[in-house]
Structure formats: C-alpha cells, structure tokens
Design a protein around this ligand. Structure first.
Ligand code: NAG
Ligand code: NAG
Length: 177
C-alpha cells in the first residue's frame, strides 16, 4: 500500500513537470575536516519538484561555532547565477547561512536532514554518519531553461572563508520533460 501511495505521488509530480533534472555527479570538492560520498535516489527529479539523496560523511575534526553554509548555484554554459530562493530553495540556490544560529532559529527546516543519532545543534564534534539531502526545484528553475548546472555546498568558518571544512558539488542537467 505504501508503495502504491509513493507511485501515485510520483505520477502527479511528473505530470506537472516542465523539465526533468538528471543528476550527473555528487562529488566531494575537498574539505580539511570531512570526507563525503553520496548519491541520489530520485533521478531524474521533476522540475518543479523535489528529489532526495544522502551522503555519508567522516568528520575528522570538530567544527567551529562560526560555521557558515555557503550555497552557490549557476548554469554552467552561461555562468548565470541562480539567486537565493530562501527556505523554499532548500539546499539549492546561492545563499550564505550562519549554520549554528539557523539551527537554533529554524530547527524544523534543518533537523529532519540530520543523522538520527546526532544532536541537531552546534558544536559538531568529530564523528561519522549519514546526512539526508533533498534537492528542491522551485518554480524559479523553469525560467533558466534546459542545460547543465552546478550546485556547490561549502561548510566554512566565518573567520576563514577561503578554506573548505567540507564541500559537496552536485552537477545536473535540465532536460525537457
Ligand atoms: C579523506 O580521505 C583520504 C583518503 O582516505 C584521507 O587521506 C584524508 O585524510 C581524509 N580527509 C579527511 C578530512 O578526513
Ligand atoms: C525530502 O524529499 C522527499 C521526496 O520528495 C520527501 O518525502 C521528504 O519529506 C523530504 N525530506 C525533508 C526532510 O524535507
């Protein structure tokens, strides 16, 4: 029965889609504190729509309290930057988020993605686990059209923004549905 429901939901989502996002790669882009490997379970993802994935991480050192999540998104051919789409954009778009403050202010947004066995607040201590990752394609993505895109997620310290503590890079292609 559960499978039927999932299938029905997927069908509704696909019927509405203008584009499909085919995932190219989910890669570790180099961080001094963490190694990351991941995959998406929804592929392709309807646009607008949402798909889910997860990445396993090994955090080899404790992370600082001035932790910042920097999201950067652009269309590869033109260099057009996808702007910050707020909470509706989920992990996508281009925004800079003070992570420790946000976890306190909007735990309902971030905490569902956290490993179940870890506390959803700072400081993050060295450990390993699995973080869920949803790609949320809001309506805004439609106007950027088909093509290749890149979405980068960097964890940095506000005091030293040049250095990646952890970094994930996702490439995908929008094709006509
Ligand atoms: C990531 O993995 C490589 C290869 O196993 C290792 O040399 C490196 O120290 C690891 N980096 C971190 C931050 O854990
Ligand atoms: C992630 O996306 C899936 C599929 O759309 C959805 O069922 C799930 O609730 C989402 N998870 C979160 C934490 O938003």
């Amino acid at each position: 029965m559960k499978h039927l429901t999932v299938f029905a939901l997927a069908f509704v989502a696909f019927a509405d889609a203008r584009y499909m996002a085919k995932i190219g790669t989910l890669m570790d882009c180099g961080g001094i504190s963490a190694n990351v490997t991941g995959q998406f379970y929804t592929d392709p993802i309807p646009v607008p729509g949402e798909g889910f994935g997860a990445f396993d991480f090994v955090l080899s050192q404790d992370l600082p309290m001035d932790l910042v999540l920097e999201k950067m998104a652009w269309k590869i051919e033109t260099g057009e930057v996808i702007p910050c789409l707020g909470l509706a954009g989920g992990f996508m778009g281009s925004c800079t988020i003070k992570l420790c403050e946000s976890l306190d202010q909007i735990p309902d947004f971030f905490c569902p993605f956290f490993p179940e066995n870890l506390p959803c607040n700072c400081p993050f201590l060295a450990t390993s686990g699995t973080v869920k990752l949803n790609l949320t394609f809001s309506e805004e993505y439609i106007m950027y059209g088909p093509g290749d895109y890149e979405q980068k997620l960097r964890l940095i310290s506000e005091a030293n923004p040049e250095e990646n503590l952890a970094c994930v890079d996702i490439k995908y292609t929008l094709i006509n549905a």
